[in-house]
Each structure stands twice: as C-alpha cells, then as structure tokens.
Design a protein around this ligand. Structure first.
Ligand SMILES: Nc1ncnc2c1ncn2[C@@H]1O[C@H](COP(=O)(O)OP(=O)(O)OP(=O)(O)O)[C@@H](O)[C@H]1O
Ligand SMILES: [Mg+2]
Length: 231
C-alpha cells in the first residue's frame, strides 16, 4: 500500500486512523504487525483484507489496484484471495467442522464434490481428520482455531490475515497454532499476523510496528546467516 490515509469523521471531528502508510508485503513472507491500542492495526488489516478502502492512497493486491474496484469486485477479491483467521474463530455454531470449511468455497462457486474433497484435505492438514463431523461447541478452543485455519487455507488464498489469532488460546494451543503457521509459511504461504504478544511476533521473520496511524518501524528479525558470517 502506498500513502494510505483512512479518515473517520465522528461528530464533525476528523480522526486519521491511518495517516500515510507505505507498506509492501512480498509473496511468501510471514509478517507480524504490532503497536499500541488505537495505532491503526485493525484499520490497516481491514484495507489489506478488502473489507474497507483508503480515503486516499492506493492499495494493490496480487496486481490489482483494490482502491479503484467496485464493491462487488472488492468482495470477489476478498472471497478468493484472502483467508481470515480471527481471535474468536468466527465459526458457524450449528454447523460441523467440515461444513464450516466448505463455506468459503460456496462463495467462490466450487462444485459440491470438489468442495467436500478439498474441505476434508484442509482439515487433515491441520490434524483434524477425526473431528470433521463435530460442531464448534464439541471442540476445544485450539481445535476451533484449527478449523478456522482450515477454512482460511481451503481456497488457496494469496494471503492469510490473522488478527490476534492466539488471543483466546492457552500457551499449549498457541504453540500448536504457531507451528501450523510456520508449516504453511515454509510451503510458501504469505501470512500477516496482528499480535500483542512478543512470543508470537518472534516467530515472524519481519515485525512492522504501528504508532499513531503510521509505520513506526519495520524490522527483519532473522539475520541471513551467510551475511552474518562474512560481515
Ligand atoms: N469505525 C470507526 N469510526 C471512528 N473511529 C474509528 C473507527 N474504527 C477505528 N477508529 C479509530 O481509529 C483509530 C485506529 O483504530 P484501530 O482499530 O485500527 O486500532 P488498533 O491498532 O487495531 O487497536 P487495538 O490494538 O485496540 O485493536 C483509533 O483512534 C480508533 O478510535
Ligand atoms: Mg485492533
């Protein structure tokens, strides 16, 4: 995104939730977004996830300038290119794990049999092949979050967006989830995680910090070992 500004007008007062953000995420990166409450993280995620548009500036996703698309085109981008993972999982309660994972493919118009097949495959990838028929309330928090990851990956998105994905998990489930994300990252998946937890951010190769609607710092945490030896 380039020079992105997002203003909210509340009671005649203008709030610059984003105040000139330049940020480029390369394909295959795993990036953590951090920063104090109110610094603009969720506002940025909403734009990146095609849920919102900048007031000014441009946002390009997978070669498409989203800022100029119609609402329908934007929705199509969101449904086909982004996989969302939320803190509270956002699963449909009366629906099995399998059906929850099939849902994004219904929006994308994938035929029934292929839908079922791909949903089973995605659930197996997160280690839940034995829980496909269970409803969310029959699963632990960590298992529910794994269902939501299966749902996020099933359309082969160009980008996974996770807003505080470990916020409701205990330390064991957090470890499992980070392990899953790392596996996906190693297979080339681009992942963006908003987190308040330094332990979670430490798993990302790059940490972007927001403050007052701007990028305050952008650091790559793992030094290239070859560079380290020779310099
Ligand atoms: N719908 C809205 N209407 C008016 N102001 C908003 C709206 N959404 C966000 N804001 C304001 O924009 C600023 C950035 O909010 P944002 O939700 O992006 O912060 P955040 O970094 O995600 O914070 P947190 O860590 O608490 O989730 C805040 O000052 C907030 O009050
Ligand atoms: Mg937020």
């Amino acid at each position: 995104m380039h020079s992105v500004v997002r203003q909210y007008v509340v009671g005649g007062e203008v709030i610059n939730a984003l105040n000139g953000v330049d940020l480029t995420i390369q394909r295959g990166e795993m990036v953590a977004i951090m920063g104090p409450s109110g610094s603009g993280k969720s506002t940025a995620m909403n734009i990146i996830g095609c849920l919102d548009k900048p007031t000014s500036g441009t946002y390009v996703l997978d070669g498409y300038d989203v800022s100029t698309l119609t609402d329908d085109q934007q929705a199509y981008m969101r449904n086909t290119k982004i996989g969302f993972v939320f803190q509270n999982y956002n699963l449909l309660p009366r629906t099995t794990a399998l059906e929850n994972v099939e849902l994004p493919m219904m929006y994308a118009g994938v035929p029934v049999r292929e839908r079922r097949h791909r949903a089973m495959e995605a659930l197996a990838r997160v280690g839940l092949e034995h829980r496909m028929g269970n409803r969310p309330n029959e699963l632990s928090g960590g298992q529910q979050q794994r269902v939501s990851i299966a749902r996020a990956i099933v359309n082969h998105p160009v980008l996974i967006l996770a807003d505080e994905p470990t916020g409701a998990l205990d330390s064991h489930s957090t470890e499992e989830l980070l392990h899953l994300f790392e596996g996906l990252h190693q297979q080339g998946q681009t992942i963006l995680i908003v987190t308040h937890e330094p332990d979670v951010a430490a798993h990302a190769k790059r940490v972007v910090r927001f403050r007052d609607g701007k990028v305050e710092s952008d650091t790559s945490t793992t030094a290239d070992p070859i560079t380290k030896e020779t310099s």
